[in-house]
Ligand binder design. Structure first.
Ligand code: NAD
Length: 476
């Protein structure tokens, strides 16, 4: 494990991407001195700053990187739309990419330098918008891909935003509140100049939450004055919107209802397996079971569980909130993580991270509908395997758009100094999700393409139209 992470350091040098070798001057002994075998020992080396982090190999079992996956789907849609190569290059690349150093003192491992990223992809349709991810595997390639997906997602559900994404390559699960706060304030301070309610508005993503948004808002306020609309997904007491925390999961459930309608499937005969039980997965699970579906399996990074009779999603959420392990949940049997994918069910929901459905495991999925609650969960090879099996795939830019829709509602409430109740928020969300779903469904039917291709085409057309009207990207 040490050898794999040390990479260029182990051989006494690195490469800055331009072919020049550095001698970083660190030895294995130095590294071990900085990274004792503690919970934070997984950090392995204190320097996760851009010069080292960008050398990280493409992680995980997926056969393609996030960026290659998005580029593949984008090119397939752009080919059909006849988008000229120059214009494609504009959309494939980002408007601005910022990398910053995030040094922080951790409780038992000295000072660590993480890398913080903010990629602003396209602003033709409005201010940049996108989440902030805290995860040890965050890297520039992935943030670029996620930023591009945000441009397409905001266009598809027709909210007046562009696309962005950010993150810090810190192991959020191993850090305490003080460490998370110091990382957040340091990161925000460095990127505050490119944020703002009319410029770029972050939100929570994997590894971050309402508390992280509160720290970001507060740090931004030190420089620019109190500006609640600079972030969404804040605590309600600081100007957050009712319904935002559950919004992505609720949007996934609206997507399920539409897909089920098309296939003549009813909640009481729907068994669902959910990969990932964080914000998106746990809210999806709770709302699906409220609807009458049976939750037959759940997984997270620690393992997976299964019950033919159904898992009580609220009880499971309470068990995990109390520091219980998934496999120790008493009312279900533990199974292997990959076994979750092979469970007999009508609906499989990916709500973990990117690349979890890949060429090596896609064939084991036995559902009729796959819903992408996560961003970028399905590699192109896996997408083909699922399509060949006749499954309906509800693509990420549609299925998980509920979060950004309610972020838009939060931003509107902040700018107008008004507050809506949760009922109003949920109803507006439902209307937006239904209309986007039906537009995608109709286009897919008319053109004889997959919902993913139809969704990409609709989104690209809208972004290109805005670029043309503004004279962006070579249109001027
Ligand atoms: P989170 O950090 O709250 O939860 C992630 C969950 O996935 C955790 O339960 C984790 O244990 C699990 N997980 C990670 N890797 C796994 C694996 N290989 N197998 C099984 N489980 C695994 O994150 P979140 O906010 O729920 O986000 C999940 C996904 O949804 C991400 O792809 C994110 O980009 C996307 N998303 C989130 C939002 C949002 O509002 N939070 C909005 C749109 C899209």
């Amino acid at each position: 494990m040490w050898g794999r992470h040390l990479g260029p350091l182990g051989s006494g040098g690195g490469d800055d991407g331009a072919g020049r070798a550095h001698n970083l001057g660190a030895t294995v002994a130095d590294v071990e001195h900085f990274a004792p075998h503690t919970a934070v020992g997984r950090l392995t080396h204190p320097d996760k700053s851009p010069r080292v982090a960008n050398k990280a190999p493409h992680p995980g079992p997926a056969e393609t990187s996030s960026f290659d996956t998005v580029s593949h789907y984008f090119d397939a849609a752009a080919d059909r739309l006849g988008v000229p190569e120059g214009l494609r290059a504009v959309i494939r690349t980002a408007y601005r990419e910022v990398q910053v150093q995030v040094p922080v003192r951790l409780r038992d491992a000295g000072i660590h330098v993480f890398s913080g990223y903010r990629v602003q992809h396209n602003r033709a349709r409005g201010p940049f918008k996108g989440g902030i991810r805290y995860h040890e595997r965050v890297n520039l390639d992935e943030v670029r891909a996620l930023a591009a997906l945000m441009t397409l997602k905001t266009a598809l559900v027709d909210v007046p935003f562009g696309g962005a994404k950010g993150g810090v390559n810190c192991p959020a699960r191993d850090l305490d509140q003080g460490e998370l706060e110091r990382i957040t304030r340091s990161f925000t301070d460095k990127i505050a100049g490119i944020l703002g309610p009319a410029r770029d508005i972050p939100a929570p993503d994997a590894g971050t939450n309402a508390q992280v948004m509160a720290w970001m808002m507060d740090e931004y306020a030190k420089l620019h004055g109190d500006t609640p609309a600079v972030v969404t997904g804040k605590p309600i007491s600081l100007g957050g919107s009712p319904g935002r925390e559950a919004a992505t999961g609720r949007g996934v459930v609206y997507a399920y209802r539409e897909a089920a309608r098309a296939l003549g499937l009813h909640p009481d005969s729907t068994r669902v397996a959910i990969q990932g039980f964080g914000n998106v997965g746990s809210w999806t699970a709770r709302l699906m079971t409220q609807l009458g579906c049976t939750l037959v399996g759940v997984s997270n990074t620690s393992g997976a569980i299964h019950s033919e009779q159904g898992i009580d999603a609220d009880a499971l959420a309470r068990h995990l909130a109390g520091d219980g392990k998934l496999a120790e949940y008493p009312a279900a049997e533990p199974i292997g993580s990959e076994d979750l994918m092979a469970l007999d069910c009508e609906v499989f929901i990916a709500a973990a991270l990117g690349g979890t459905i890949h060429a090596g495991n896609a064939d084991s999925i036995r559902a009729r509908i796959v819903i992408e609650g996560a961003n970028n969960p399905t590699t192109p090879a896996a997408d083909q395997i699922l399509a060949d099996k006749g499954m309906l795939i509800v693509p990420d830019i549609l299925a998980n758009a509920g979060g950004v829709v309610v972020s838009y509602f939060e931003w509107v409430q902040n700018l107008q100094h008004v507050g809506w109740d949760e009922h109003e928020v949920n109803n507006k969300l439902g209307a937006r999700m239904r209309s986007a779903y039906r537009e995608v469904e109709e286009r897919a039917r008319r053109q004889g393409v997959t919902p993913r291709l139809a969704a990409y085409e609709l989104a690209i057309e809208r972004v290109l139209e805005a670029m043309r009207l503004r004279g962006h990207g070579g249109f001027a």
